[in-house]
Ligand binder design. Structure first.
Ligand code: IDP
Ligand code: MG
Length: 138
């Protein structure tokens, strides 16, 4: 059977802080497989498509600006139940509330800006992983 896949992004804060290796280490240590990886300077068009579900929310424009602020590392990760499993590794959206032991809980914090800079993105369903992998690994 073809293993499930998810899209992970190391966001610009993770790349700028030199945490790409630590984040990839956690994914590999959990036992998932890195299938493909690329460093991308995203376009506004790509980010607006990626985050289309959030259009109209107060943090949407700050989110797009943040994601444009530097390179992102896009990773195709495979494994059974990897979508759920990576979301668990990442922790809650708000890094202040994210549990210790998670990427966001251990490595992230609130910087007092309009968008939560929380180091990583992970797809939240098979529908979104297929859509997002198509955008980032076209
Ligand atoms: P997720 O990344 O945990 O799936 P989403 O709800 O999909 O969270 O939101 C996308 C991104 O938008 C978050 O990772 C975070 O960077 C930012 N964000 C989400 N909700 C808020 C908020 O209420 N305030 C500020 N930024 C937010
Ligand atoms: Mg999300």
């Amino acid at each position: 059977m073809h293993a499930e896949e998810t899209l992970v992004l190391v966001k610009p804060d993770g790349v700028a802080r030199g945490l790409t290796g630590e984040i990839l280490r956690r994914i590999e240590a959990k036992g998932y497989t890195i299938v493909d990886l690329r460093m991308v300077t995203a376009s506004r068009e790509l980010l607006e498509a990626h985050y289309e579900e959030h259009q109209g929310k107060p943090f949407f424009e700050p989110l797009v600006e943040f994601m444009l602020s530097g390179p992102v590392v896009a990773v195709r990760v495979a494994g059974n139940r990897v979508i759920e499993g990576f979301r668990s590794l990442a922790g809650a959206t708000d890094p202040t509330a994210a549990a210790p032991g998670t990427i966001r809980g251990d490595l992230g914090r609130d910087w007092g800006v309009a968008v939560q800079q929380n180091l990583v993105h992970g797809s939240d369903s098979t529908l979104s992983s297929e859509r997002e992998l198509g955008l980032w690994f076209a």
